[in-house]
Ligand binder design. Structure first.
Ligand code: NDP
Ligand code: 2IT
Length: 447
């Protein structure tokens, strides 16, 4: 990286101390787009990078609620309204004990460029809480969500900021959050996405992130003259993204041999088929159980406590759990086992040195901003449907999703070109997403 880029990043770290996840996300982007600073002098003179790395607004608040034992609990709540150049702030809410300002700033920052790649009018934002929904009753989750929205509602709206789900926030939580929003705002508008179909949700939104990651990978393979048919795939996580990534991989004739959660991973050498996946969906979404139960249920499979799936040989890896779940040693293991590529269903699942290890070995890395953009893309389509006061069919939404993923692949390819180690999809996605945001910020003048 050039001295100027390094100096910029040193300044960013100094201005934002103790935010390692945000530093990591910023470093990846700056590394990719720095050459644009020389090509387009206005980006430098108008200080676009300085502006785009500073959130427009950070909201932090207290969430007080009562648990089932009648005790008072206090959590932190946040919403990072990072950039609204391209549309209302848009991005998920994460409920997980690891949530802090750094994690949400990295997620909000990445969301800006991801949303830009979709071509839909959405700015970037993210929010959440250090609340841990695990082991909580439905009533506790409801009381927490209502308390969280009691503060958040005054900061959001269909043309201002439109939250959705992320880790720990699925259909149940969106229902409770929207129920309270509706009551406080006295309006029935598309202020949250990921809603149930009966109250304005979109077909395919639950499936969209996982399906989109597979559609994007299919575009890459098509460009390589290959397909998913017969490929062995490892998937991490067992939540929303992992489940629908697995479903689409099965439909495409691939063999999925792993799933995981924070307790460890399961390995099923025979492959996870449709019936086994239905069991996982019931286990995780209804019973809210642990993935280790899979190994007791299906003979021939095994559970590996405290480990990640990357030790299992595969053609393609789909990290769909959380950030930094592929470290250098994992990347080396994947390379040694002959992986062709990694598609990031999760946000920033691969550390910077691990990406370097994969890329220097000529492996494809499909970055989160592009590969998991299908979720927010269908959220954008949910917003359109809410504005129209119409709901499209599954086929309509799915075909639009496929079109958007193909278009993101094309934009990334054009921005990156063919390099010595194949297409640098990370650079392609960063450059294409950044340019749309930067050019719009220039058009607005000094704001
Ligand atoms: P879920 O809450 O549905 O599932 C999360 C899964 O990841 C669970 O299996 C969970 O295991 C596991 N996990 C979470 N934290 C950790 C951790 N620290 N270590 C190991 N495993 C962990 O979330 P989603 O499936 O929605 O999200 C998964 C990833 O995809 C996240 O990175 C999210 O930001 C990203 N994403 C999600 C989108 C969406 O539409 N939902 C859109 C785009 C990206 P456990 O139950 O043990 O915690
Ligand atoms: O990281 C993401 O893109 C999401 N969690 C989905 C955001 C959204 O608004 O649908």
């Amino acid at each position: 990286m050039s001295d100027h880029a390094q100096a910029f990043l040193d300044g960013l770290k100094q201005r934002n101390p103790n935010e390692p996840e945000f530093h990591q996300a910023a470093e990846e982007l700056v590394h990719s787009v720095w050459s644009l600073m020389e090509q387009i002098p206005a980006y430098r003179s108008q200080r676009i990078l300085e502006r785009v790395t500073e959130p427009e607004r950070v909201i932090q608040f207290r969430v007080v609620w009562e648990n089932d034992r009648g005790e008072i609990e206090v959590n932190k709540g946040y919403r990072i309204q990072f950039n609204s150049a391209l549309g209302p702030y848009k991005g998920g809410l994460r409920f997980h004990p690891s949530v802090n300002l750094s994690v949400l700033k990295f997620l909000g920052f990445e969301q800006i460029f991801k949303n830009a790649l979709t071509g839909l009018p959405m700015g970037g934002g993210k929010g959440g809480s250090d609340f841990d929904p695990k082991g909580r009753s439905d009533r506790e989750v409801m009381r927490f969500c209502h308390a969280f929205m009691t503060e958040l509602h005054r900061h959001i709206g269909p043309d201002t900021d439109v939250p959705a789900g992320d880790i720990g926030v699925g259909g149940r939580e969106i229902g409770y959050l929207y129920g309270q929003y509706r009551r406080l705002a006295n309006e029935w508008t598309g202020t949250l996405t990921g809603k149930g179909f009966d109250y304005g949700g979109s077909r395919i939104r639950p499936e969209a992130t996982g399906y989109g990651a597979v559609y994007y990978t299919m575009e890459i393979l098509k460009h390589m003259g290959r397909s998913l048919q017969g490929l062995t795939c490892t998937v991490s996580g067992s939540g929303n993204v992992a489940q629908y990534c697995t479903e689409k991989l099965i439909q495409q004739g691939a063999k999925v041999v792993t799933l995981s959660d924070s307790g460890g991973f399961i390995h099923d050498p025979a492959g996870i088929d449709t019936e086994k996946l239905a069991y996982v969906m019931q286990l995780k979404n209804v019973e809210r159980g642990r993935i280790s139960a899979y190994a007791s249920r299906f003979p021939g499979s095994s559970f590996h406590e405290g480990q990640r799936p990357w030790v299992v040989p595969c053609h393609w890896a789909f990290p769909c759990a959380t950030q930094n779940e592929i470290e250098t040693g994992d990347a080396q293991q994947l390379v040694t086992n002959g992986v062709m590529g990694v598609s990031e269903g999760a946000n920033m699942p691969t550390t910077l040195p691990a990406v370097e290890r994969l890329r220097s070995a000529g492996k494809v890395v499909a970055p989160a901003k592009a590969a998991n953009a299908g979720g927010v893309a269908v959220s954008g389509l949910e917003m359109s449907q809410n504005s129209l006061r119409l709901q499209w069919t599954r086929e309509e939404v799915d075909s639009r999703l496929q079109g958007i993923m193909a278009n993101i692949h094309q934009q990334s390819l054009e921005a990156a070109g063919e390099g010595a180690n194949g297409v640098d999809y990370i650079k392609g996605a960063n450059v294409a997403g950044f340019k749309r945001v930067a050019d719009t910020m220039l058009a607005y003048g000094i704001t």
